[in-house]
Design a protein around this ligand. Structure first.
Ligand code: SF4
Ligand code: SF4
Length: 181
């Protein structure tokens, strides 16, 4: 990691750290989280690692990627901590740092949001096409073929290719980026 990357990591993780600074390790967040079984580090443990500066352990884990932003932990934390926002910051840090182990989920997320930004909703075919192109892996589409056909047969995805940018939500996305700095 270069110096600039380290600076960015530091700024984002320091903010996340401040958000969980008064955690009392009660475990309510872990007990409330519907995705704990898919996490290799529980939310309570994550905050402990964050507060003790074990960033390598955190960024080796995929727990914060498994967070679905349901806000249960935030609603139930007895200290009223912004836990979902802290998880989101860790996700953003991993994405901006382009950490190899999160490349796939970062590109999936970006492709999804690019489609929403353009059309005001996700256009499945375009979104997946962009994702496959970004991954630069010619065999990846085959891994999704069975699922794609199943969804098509049930009418859950639509075979439309709405390429071309309408930028329906671009102004909104830009405003959010501006507010987030
Ligand atoms: S619920 Fe809140 S106080 Fe309890 S462990 Fe989780 S973050 Fe800490
Ligand atoms: S917001 Fe994330 S960490 Fe919190 S309970 Fe929901 S999935 Fe778990």
């Amino acid at each position: 990691m270069g110096q600039t990357t380290n600076d960015r990591l530091l700024a984002m993780t320091e903010t996340a750290k401040e958000m969980v600074g008064t955690c009392i390790q009660c475990g309510t967040c872990t007990a409330s989280c519907p995705n704990t079984e898919f996490m290799d580090i529980t939310p309570r443990h994550m905050w402990r690692l964050l507060l003790t500066d074990h960033m390598d352990a955190i960024f080796s884990s995929k727990s914060f990627i498994m967070c679905s932003s349901c806000y249960y932990c935030t609603l139930r934390c007895p200290r009223g901590l912004e836990l979902t926002a802290a998880m989101s910051l860790l996700k953003q840090a991993a994405s901006k740092l382009e950490l190899k182990q999160f490349r796939r989920s970062s590109l999936f997320y970006k492709s999804f949001l690019d489609s929403v930004k353009k059309h005001g909703r996700v256009k499945e075919m375009e979104f997946m096409t962009q994702y496959f192109m970004a991954m630069k892996n010619p065999v990846l589409p085959f891994a999704y073929a069975v699922l794609g056909l199943k969804l098509l047969s049930k009418g859950k995805v639509h075979p439309e290719f709405p390429f071309g940018s309408k930028g329906k939500l671009t102004a909104l996305f830009n405003k959010v980026a501006e507010l987030e700095g």
